[in-house]
Ligand binder design. Structure first.
Ligand code: ATP
Ligand code: MN
Length: 466
């Protein structure tokens, strides 16, 4: 099987074997012709940030055969000898003895020319943008992060759980659901003037999941520690740089964990991921540090070494009230914290990640455990500087009566959640969990400004191309 540039570079560093013969396959990033009758081709195959420089002698017959079609974007296989490079920027180069053209790319039409393109423009060519340095680096980091998410949980004995994508439960207020139906939208079956969902595919109204938590709890109440890692859908009409309509969420759920354990796990988890990515994606992370955010490596290093601040919601409100800042959204006890508040606390006050916990009962969903004060619930959010909320979690209400009472207060029908209540009816146990937005993590770690540039194919209001 063909070896990729990444592995060739590794081999080379180990062997330092000059004049070895190699074959390099990849896409031409740049081509520069020298006066001495040579062309310098920068070949990249996406296996790592760095490409290989190929020096092609214009007198080679195979070069002449393809010369007119060798442009940025074309794909080639180059056979040649490995030579220590005289030029700056690379240790090795390939002096080609043969060049084979796999696919040409019209120099006039290929949208990815050498110059820097805006990320907005690159989103319009999402089928070609993975060939850029930045998107390539993002995707390698994203891949590493998902690998190490599994490592983190697997090493701790958590079971990977697949919760349903199509569901009838909306996790109460987590977000607006996309509806899933096979009904003919132009001719809806009616019953007393309302859509008759009994004729729909599942015999009831269904949608795409906004969270796998409730189903995660079912399995935690049998297998102790589980985690989900899957696509999540929210039809929120929020055109921000931190929201997608389709994103991936990691949701661990743990039996016998209280809120402190939950916060401990969340903190360890984030530190583990940040450390791991710095160790295993060095080249890409250097790139982000140079080109995207000059503070990112220092920020990640500081986070790995610091202790997260943990404060009560009430204390956070107090700090915001006496801050003297003019926020767009005013602050008072009982309000939802906005991104500007979250960033103020983590960026200006503590200058590190902050976990806010014990939120007012009224602004949090029914399933969070009520505190003795009956005014707050055992909820926690992890906030990061610059980003705001990355994780939201809670200890779950395990008392049947309290849970039922809260559902009624929130005008929910306990009958609909009979299975969820059964978990409290039969062998209830304290348990906790949280949800981490995977793209927010990738965004934070890479320093990228917009969440649309850290997922292969972003879905946002009015955008579902590709
Ligand atoms: P926010 O207040 O930022 O909209 P939320 O409180 O609605 O988020 P949760 O229901 O707590 O979000 O979801 C858990 C995590 O999932 C969040 O902490 C965040 O990291 C991520 N997340 C939520 N909504 C989105 C979205 N639309 N796009 C990307 N990630 C999201
Ligand atoms: Mn939240």
């Amino acid at each position: 099987m063909p070896k990729k540039i990444r592995d060739k570079v590794k081999d080379l560093l180990n062997s330092k074997e000059e004049n070895a013969s190699v074959i390099v396959k990849g896409w031409v990033r740049t081509k520069r012709d020298s006066k001495g009758g040579f062309s310098f081709l920068e070949i990249n195959d996406g296996s790592c940030l760095a490409g290989f420089q190929v020096v092609a002698d214009h007198t080679l017959p195979s070069y002449q055969a393809v010369a007119s079609q060798l442009h940025t974007g074309s794909c080639v296989a180059v056979t040649g000898k490995l030579v220590a490079s005289q030029g700056k920027g690379q240790q090795w180069e390939v002096h080609s003895s043969e060049i084979e053209l796999y696919g040409s790319a019209d120099a006039e039409k290929y949208p990815l020319q050498k110059k820097r393109h805006s990320f907005e423009f690159l989103r319009e060519i999402a089928h070609l943008r993975p060939r850029t340095n930045t998107l390539g680096a993002v995707m390698r980091v994203r891949n590493r992060l998902s690998h190490s998410i599994h490592n983190f949980f697997q090493d701790r004995g958590f079971l990977y759980l697949n919760t349903p994508v199509i569901t009838a439960s909306d996790c109460e207020g987590a977000g607006e659901m996309f509806q899933v139906t096979t009904l003919d939208m132009d001719r809806l079956p009616l019953n007393n003037g309302k859509t008759d969902y009994s004729q729909d595919f599942f015999g009831k109204r269904t949608g795409l999941t906004v969270s796998g938590q409730l189903e995660g709890e079912i399995y935690a109440m049998a297998l102790s520690d589980v985690y989900t890692f899957g696509p999540t859908f929210r039809a929120e009409n929020s055109n921000t740089s931190r929201h997608l309509a389709e994103f991936w969420m990691v949701e661990p759920e743990m039996a016998f964990y209280d809120l402190d354990d939950d916060m401990d796990l969340a903190e360890q988890f984030l530190k583990f991921l940040m450390k791991d990515v710095m160790e295993n994606c060095q080249q890409d992370m250097e790139f982000f540090n140079q080109r995207i955010d000059k503070t990112i490596l220092q920020t990640l290093t500081d986070i790995v070494e610091c202790e997260f601040e943990r404060i009560h919601y009430s204390d956070a409100i107090h700090l915001l009230e006496k801050s003297g800042e003019s926020f767009v959204y005013s602050v008072e006890w009982g309000c939802n914290l906005q991104s500007e508040h979250e960033r103020y606390l983590s960026e200006k006050v503590f200058k590190k990640p902050v976990i806010i916990y014990n939120y007012p009962e009224e602004i949090k969903p029914f399933y969070m455990k009520l505190n003795e004060d009956k005014e707050t619930v055992r909820a926690m959010d992890v906030l990061l500087p610059k980003l705001g909320e990355i994780i939201g979690g809670s200890q779950r209400e395990d008392d049947l009566d309290k849970l039922t009472a809260r559902m009624k207060e929130k005008e929910m029908d306990p009958e609909e959640y009979w299975w969820y209540l059964d978990l409290r009816r039969y062998g209830s146990a304290p348990h906790s969990g949280f949800g981490l937005g995977f793209e927010r993590l990738v965004q934070f770690v890479t320093g990228m400004e917009n969440i649309r540039d850290v997922i292969p194919f972003p879905r946002t209001p009015k955008h579902a191309e590709f």
